[in-house]
Design a protein around this ligand. Structure first.
Ligand SMILES: [Zn+2]
Length: 427
């Protein structure tokens, strides 16, 4: 938080020429440089961040001065719509391959700068909702290897039950199986059975069921395998044996290979995410409902996409996460891609206002706007701010945002949130 001083100059007298209350020119508080440098409002906009202290000094024509302190937004221990809330990012920048360069094509210091800027950009956009993502230097950030073949997916996409067959594979060179899968097992049952065998061989296993995709028979299931130290393993074929001899229920190895770009979800698979996306998420995300995991990759395979969000609404195992590629990062302050995808997470809403009503390209959640100026897609409506508080605020279950910058009890005597009072005679 900063202490910024704004000199307000009172010009002329009050109504009717009296020396009664006078009105200064308006001052608009803005949160990003684009609004700050907008044409036509020079010297009437002040660039602030949430909970900044703004000192206003008023100089009247007769030489009297008065000053007052105001904070941007209200203290976080209040409950109203102005109370400051804190969201937290967990930023994962992927390497192109293990030990390789950062997938963005920049060095690690530059990646760190870009990560910091992502936090700053979200602070700018969400300040009007009285939400901050805090100090970039305090934000969780890692440059991560893409997870190798460390997950098994049972009946990926189709969610079919088993016809019966034998499963055999290796984990870090140890052969597991053959495991006899009986007929008519749903994916989760097969996954749990495989998981128990892998656990008995000394590995750490997490079995999870995915949301059914459109037209799928049911939810597929994943077996995430880690070694005793919690590190990813290498799953492989046992000699020439197929992973499974089951003719109906597939078994696939999940790994993230960014050298051929990331295979993204489509409308039918958006609830579960693709196997690549799930592997990335299940290995690297913190599974803390109070953070938003952001993954930064090189490119999506399909072209055209630059960001995507995984939200609670879809009832998947991948939630509160978003993925951005190079183009999405480049569009940080044009299409505001990151803040738009974060909007899907915070609003818990996969849709766009222009899916239903008229096109309003200045809204952050508009589907297709990308104009990089003051009329670009960066505004949140009051209704959207209220929805964020309802879906993700301190009373949501689980809450994603926490109270921020509550007034400490010993500060209550300090000039902190003084109601505005011009302080000179009102006549
Ligand atoms: Zn969207």
């Amino acid at each position: 938080m900063y202490d910024r001083t704004w000199d307000l100059v009172v010009v002329g007298a009050g109504p009717g020429g009296s020396s009664a209350a006078r009105r200064t020119p308006f001052v608009r508080l803005v949160a990003d440089a684009m609004d700050w440098t907008a044409p036509g409002v020079g010297r009437q906009v002040l660039l602030v961040a949430l909970r900044d202290r703004v000192s206003a000094v008023v100089r009247a024509p007769d030489g009297q001065t008065a000053s007052t302190d105001l904070r941007v937004g209200r203290p976080g221990n209040e409950d109203g719509p102005q109370a400051a809330l804190l969201g937290r990012w967990n930023l994962h920048f992927l390497r192109l391959e293990p030990g390789g360069p950062v997938a963005l094509g920049v060095d690690e210091d530059t990646a760190r700068d870009i990560a910091h800027d992502q936090v700053v950009a979200s602070n700018e956009i969400y300040a009007p909702c009285n939400i901050t993502f805090g100090d970039p230097a305090d934000t969780l950030f890692e440059i991560a290897d893409p997870p190798g073949p460390t997950m098994l997916a049972v009946a990926d996409i189709d969610g079919l039950t088993s016809a019966g067959g034998d499963v055999r594979f290796t984990v870090n060179g140890t052969t597991i199986g053959p495991l006899r899968i009986r007929p008519n097992w749903p994916p989760y049952q097969t996954a749990a059975f495989i998981g128990a065998a892998v656990e008995a061989a000394g590995f750490v296993v997490e079995v999870s069921e995915n949301a059914p995709v459109d037209y799928g028979a049911g939810g597929s299931a994943d077996v995430l395998i880690l070694d005793a130290e919690g590190r990813p393993v290498r799953i492989g074929h046992a000699g020439d044996a197929p992973l499974t001899t089951d003719a109906r229920q597939s078994l696939s190895i999940g790994e993230l290979d960014l050298t051929d770009r990331l295979t993204e979800f489509n409308n039918a698979t958006s609830s579960a995410g693709t196997l690549e996306e799930r592997t990335m998420y299940k290995v690297l995300a913190d599974h803390d409902p109070a953070t938003i995991d952001m993954f930064v990759i090189n490119r999506f395979a399909g072209g055209g996409r630059q960001g995507e969000a995984f939200i609670e609404h879809d009832h998947g195992t991948v939630i509160n996460a978003l993925v951005l590629d190079r183009t999405g990062i480049r569009q940080t302050r044009q299409a505001w891609t990151q803040s738009h995808e974060a909007g899907h997470v915070l609003l818990d809403d996969p849709y766009h206002p222009d899916n239903f009503g008229s096109d309003r390209p200045w809204l952050l959640m508009d589907a297709d706007a990308s104009l990089g100026d003051v009329t670009g897609p960066k505004r949140l409506s009051e209704e959207e701010c209220a929805r964020v508080r309802r879906e993700s605020g301190v009373d949501a279950s689980p809450p994603m945002l926490e109270r921020w910058d509550a007034i400490p009890p010993d500060a209550l005597t300090e000039p902190y949130d003084t109601p505005f009072d011009p302080g000179y005679p009102r006549g």
